[in-house]
Design a protein around this ligand. Structure first.
Ligand SMILES: [Fe+2]
Ligand SMILES: [Fe+2]
Length: 488
């Protein structure tokens, strides 16, 4: 059902002659690459790990020929000739190169087209060695949900991006190590063209340096977001196709699966999922799981398989922090109501809440992020809430403060990974479907399991150190409107 893994050219054990000691005096006059730099229409990084990364691109912004190779190295002024790597071209015209044999925690520069020097903005830093902290002691994760409004048609996703950049400037100039997208990444039908407008034209600078890890929303399946089918082969669009159509055979008709190159075999840590639709990976001290709450979850057999894989994956994980992302939120009173199945379109909300939240809680997940509702909503530190909102009982389901009220996660009410009952059995659930627009609330707002709810565009930043994690809701001005701390 998925694309077969595209064979990638492997570059292993590359020796970067003349630039390993960083001492210019000793630098040999090594031959450098001789190609011409190309600025692709889309350029992004996938599956960045300690020793490897995939660089993927398509098109040429200047209208010339597409680049067919890439050079890379640790000295941006002299990319060595032996680093030149040919790209594999996919059926949808994407070029991709897997660079492996890289050093952990190291900055590399690259030139698309194989020039001997790299643009300052074309670089990546490999992940630290497995389980180790980044050099600065902190893993920074940027998360946007439902951001796919399209930069030109609607500027709000750009405002959210600018707010994050302001936050970074004001918080140590530390760039994001990871970029997560919570689904509905490209309205209205998840076509290739809509991905261009809503992702590659909006986050252009970030995507050249920071690996993107997405999840599937309802709009990734076309059909104006109302599809309830269970296979990517059922991808279809409604309307005139002016924003693009299904991808051509032999690739999947679902553009999401063709654009992104996601791990199926535990390439970057985690257990093999056998599908690009859901996966997990490790980065430094954080384990991240992306679930498929749109397709796999609607079919009983596929749902059971994903649930079993999730249990096995979480059981095998021993990193400091565990974050799960998926599109359909278990606790929301935003533009979707977690008390309403909405004719089957929102059935995954119920499946997530009833079948998946108990697994998150039992298997040590710390934070869960979803979108779908175009709002920001953040829960208390909770467990056992598998029913409708009127069954939420803070006395038994939430971590309580010294006064017996649900703890806020702020100040002296910071959460501890091991909850007061002595088990790592609670999770903070956040809806961050406010990455490109906010719309409205529904009956019963705010959801009683949520500590903080606000109709305001923005995004989430997670800062995960060894013993302390802080998650912040950042608005378009870079201000923090909500945050909580978890210690371990
Ligand atoms: Fe959405
Ligand atoms: Fe959605």
């Amino acid at each position: 059902m998925n694309n077969p893994l595209i064979p990638l050219l492997l570059v292993t054990g590359l020796v970067l002659a003349g630039c390993s000691d960083g001492n210019n005096n000793n630098k040999k006059a090594a031959a450098t690459c001789e190609g011409a730099e190309v600025q692709p229409e889309r350029l992004f990084l996938q599956q960045l790990g300690s020793n490897s990364v995939i660089v993927k691109w398509r098109g040429n912004r200047d209208g010339g020929a597409e680049a067919s190779s890439l050079c890379f190295g640790t000295d941006m002024a002299a990319l060595p000739a032996e680093s030149k790597t040919s790209a594999t071209v996919t059926a949808t015209g994407h070029s991709e190169v897997l660079l492996s044999g890289l050093e952990p925690g190291t900055t590399y520069y690259y030139s698309v087209g194989g020039a001997g020097t790299a643009d300052a903005g074309h670089s990546f830093r490999t992940a630290p060695a497995a389980g180790e902290l980044p050099e600065d002691g902190n893993t920074r994760i940027w998360i946007v949900g439902d951001s796919g409004v399209g930069g030109t048609d609607d500027p709000e996703a750009g405002y959210v991006r600018d707010g994050f950049e302001t936050f970074v400037k004001n918080h140590g100039d530390e760039p994001a190590d990871l970029f997560l997208m919570l689904g509905d990444n490209a309205y209205n039908q998840g076509t290739d063209l809509e991905h261009q407008k809503a992702i590659f034209d909006v986050y252009t600078t970030l995507l050249a340096t920071t690996p993107l890890w997405p999840t599937i929303g309802n709009h990734e399946m076309g059909s104006l977001g109302i599809s309830t089918t269970t296979s990517p082969d059922d991808y279809t669009i409604i309307g005139d196709g002016s924003q693009g159509g299904p991808d051509p055979a032999p690739d999947s008709p679902m553009p999401y699966l063709n654009i992104f190159t996601l791990p199926t075999d535990g390439e970057i840590g985690g257990l093999p999922s056998g599908t690009e639709q859901y996966y997990s990976f490790d980065y430094a001290n954080v384990h991240i799981v992306s679930l498929d709450s749109q397709l796999s979850i609607r079919d009983p057999d596929s749902r059971a398989a994903m649930l079993q894989w999730l249990k096995d994956d979480l059981s095998a994980n021993s990193l400091d922090w565990t974050v799960v992302i998926f599109h359909h939120p278990p606790y929301t009173k935003g533009s979707h109501d977690s008390d309403s199945e909405l004719g089957g379109i929102d059935q995954p909300i119920f499946a997530i809440r009833e079948e998946f939240t108990p697994v998150f809680e039992q298997y040590g997940v710390d934070l869960a992020y979803s979108g779908h509702s175009h709002i920001y909503e953040r829960s208390y530190y909770i467990n056992g809430h598998t029913g409708l909102s009127d069954t939420f009982d803070p006395a038994t389901m939430a971590e309580l403060n010294d006064s017996g009220q649900p703890a806020s996660g702020q100040g002296d009410e910071a959460y501890t990974q091991i909850a007061r009952d002595g088990a790592d059995d609670k999770v903070v659930y956040t809806v961050a479907g406010n990455g490109g627009k906010v719309t409205f609330t529904t009956s019963g707002y705010p959801h009683p399991a949520n500590f903080f709810s606000k109709l305001e565009i923005g995004s989430v930043v997670i800062d995960a150190g060894a013993d302390r994690l802080e998650a912040s809701f950042v608005d378009m001005n870079g201000s923090v409107l909500d945050s909580f701390v978890m210690t371990r």
